[in-house]
Design a protein around this ligand. Structure first.
Ligand code: ASP
Length: 603
């Protein structure tokens, strides 16, 4: 028998028992003959002692065990038999820290080369090396815990959906394109030379067809493939919790899946989430400059100038000559950072550099410091600002007050083109949230973002594209504008956002041929193209398609966010790819041989 117990379960109450344990050698300490070994398995670490010297009556055996232990190295796989004893020198940091095993018998089950990095929490291995030896990295406790967590999340999701009548249906991976806005990965077909399958960007069309078939409530924890440029929170293949329901309106879907998210947090983390506030896309952009706002902290935008707001505060008169940058900007907006009036020149320069980075590209940052009373000899506070030459101090005060500011606060203002300025200000807000520790990793603030625009104009391609995907329906009240004023039309779409991370999104779908054709037409597909690409779903809509809608959650992200708001999904995927979409361990993608190419009609 390799083991009677795991390395995580023995306690002081077990003292005196004879046990057999198996696992990996984590650490060896040799005190001149007396050898201590930390034995590790998935469940924990137990200290082994190979005592020095000889106990009466066991002379030969003892000597040989200690000698054998001498040859052990890190990551050897061993099995030991011995007696549990209470430790004199207890380790309160380990659940098994009150005991150790005095070893009588040792078998080496397999040797190990010295691993290329230490298999400890604080490892010395760089990213690429650890990805190459992913199977070793996965021995580290934090990654083991992450995958265990992933398993728990999946179980909770299944439990919830199962109890609400959802059934798990598998859909194919070798398909034709399902448009979600990314490029397709394609697979050449040997039997149909010159032709290709596409891997699904999502099972979108299949889940809709299942509704047409009457399955009513579907889900699948399913792999999706998108050929996109990668970032820390993206992988070319990733997993969705994909769901669809028939005979539902938006409200039904929101309630069902808000409860799912709450259920999972409660079940897996014991966290009771608040009800999800709802915010329209327009509000999110207006107040946070972002369609996935982090509402763990306020710091909403204040506008000094925007089409719909007057700009009285920036008007010129005898005392206020105005500031050219403000006067010429389409939008002037800022945030009030409480209690930061003392920011130094250096800190302000850092923030200016932050907004000027090429990724953001702002041309500058304007600040107002409302210095606390008493400073610079003033009793009621004094302003220090990069625009103090242009406005009187009473005007500066009114401007600051429009931000809800008070003495001691810092105001940061950006000016420029509307969308860009909002975006940069949104990033600056998050940066200030980080600097001030307002983005508490254990505080979860979910919300729904609703009423997205149905379409967005692609200035490069000179055409409209679907903001969500082309199967999303629009609000009935906007029906008349679909062809005449597409920008005005709002979609029946919704996103779930937690702490600034979009974890899921979906929509109520189009379910009749005529509307689906209108949509394709706006997206620039001719009748023939629509028929060729999407004939199957257009046809299905003619055979009694029920009203339906659904949602999909990014499962990897969901797992990472439920653990202390971590944002790197890679740590929650057993075998992820690097930023170039490569599997470092397999060294994939790779070449294929000539014969294979020929067979596939690729030459
Ligand atoms: N298929 C969509 C997506 O992958 C989700 C949905 O609309 O249900 O984003």
């Amino acid at each position: 028998m390799y083991r009677t117990h795991t390395c995580g379960e023995l306690r002081v109450k077990d003292a005196g028992k004879e046990v057999t344990l198996a696992g990996w050698v984590q650490r060896i300490r040799n005190f001149g003959g007396m050898i201590f070994i930390d034995l590790r398995d998935r469940y924990g670490i137990t200290q082994l002692v190979f005592p020095e010297g000889i106990r009466p009556g066991t002379q030969d055996q003892k000597t040989s065990v200690a000698e054998k232990a001498n040859v052990l190295g890190r990551e050897f796989v061993i099995s030991v038999r011995g007696k549990i004893v209470e430790r004199s020198n207890k380790n309160s940091g380990l659940p098994t820290g009150e005991i150790e095993i005095v070893v009588d018998e040792l078998s080496i089950l397999n040797e190990s080369k010295t691993p290329p990095f230490t298999i400890e929490e604080e490892t010395d291995g760089g990213d690429e090396l650890r990805m190459k030896y992913r199977y070793l990295d996965l021995r580290r406790n934090s990654l083991q815990q992450n995958l265990l967590h992933r398993h728990e999340v999946a179980k909770a999701v299944r439990e919830y959906l199962d109890s609400h009548g959802f059934i798990d249906v598998e859909t194919p991976h070798l398909i034709k394109s399902t448009p979600e806005g990314a490029r397709d990965f394609v697979v050449p077909s040997r039997l149909n030379p010159g032709q290709f399958y596409a891997l699904p960007q999502s099972p979108q069309t299949f889940k809709q067809l299942l509704m047409v078939s009457g399955f009513d409530r579907y889900y699948q924890i399913v792999r999706c493939f998108r050929d996109e440029d990668l970032r820390a929170d993206r992988q070319p293949e990733f997993t969705q919790i994909d769901c669809e329901m028939a005979f539902v309106e938006r409200e039904d879907v929101l309630q069902m899946f808000e409860s799912l998210v709450k259920f999972v947090f409660k079940k897996v983390r014991g966290i009771v989430l608040p009800d999800f506030p709802r915010m329209s896309y327009d509000e999110a952009m207006m107040w946070y400059g972002n369609d996935k706002p982090d509402i763990r902290f306020e710091m909403k935008f204040n506008y000094l100038k925007q089409e719909t707001f007057g700009c009285a505060l920036l008007e010129h008169d005898d005392d206020n000559i105005g500031f050219k940058v403000f006067d010429e900007a389409e939008l002037v907006a800022g945030i009030c950072v409480k209690g930061c009036a003392e920011y130094s020149r250096k800190q302000l320069d850092e923030l200016t550099e932050f907004v000027k980075r090429p990724q953001l590209g702002a041309s500058g940052l304007i600040y107002f410091k409302w210095l606390p009373a008493g400073q610079l000899g003033s009793n009621d506070g004094t302003f220090k600002s990069s625009v103090e030459k242009f406005y009187s101090s009473s005007r500066l005060k009114s401007i600051a007050e429009s931000f809800g500011a008070a003495a001691g606060d810092l105001i940061l203002i950006l000016a420029g083109e509307k969308n860009k300025t909002r975006k940069v200000l949104g990033e600056l807000r998050l940066e200030m949230g980080n600097r001030l520790g307002l983005r508490d990793k254990e505080a979860y603030r979910p919300l729904w973002v609703l009423d997205f625009p149905l379409l967005e104009y692609d200035g490069v391609e000179k055409r409209w594209s679907a903001m969500h995907h082309p199967f999303t329906s629009w609000r009935t009240e906007d029906n008349a504008y679909l062809e005449t004023d597409p920008a005005k039309v709002k979609a029946n779409a919704y996103d779930v956002v937690i702490n600034g991370v979009e974890i899921g999104g979906g929509s109520i779908r189009i379910h009749n041929r005529e509307n689906q054709m209108r949509m394709f037409n706006i997206l620039g597909l001719s009748k023939e193209e629509a028929e060729m690409k999407f004939g199957f779903i257009l046809n299905a809509f003619e055979y009694g398609a029920p009203p339906h809608g659904g949602i999909a959650f990014g499962f990897d992200r969901f797992c990472s966010i439920t653990i202390a708001s971590q944002e790197n999904i890679r740590d929650f995927i057993a075998f992820p790819k690097n930023n170039m979409g490569r599997d470092m361990m397999l060294d994939a993608p790779g070449e294929i041989d000539e014969r294979q190419k020929k067979e596939l009609g690729l030459e």
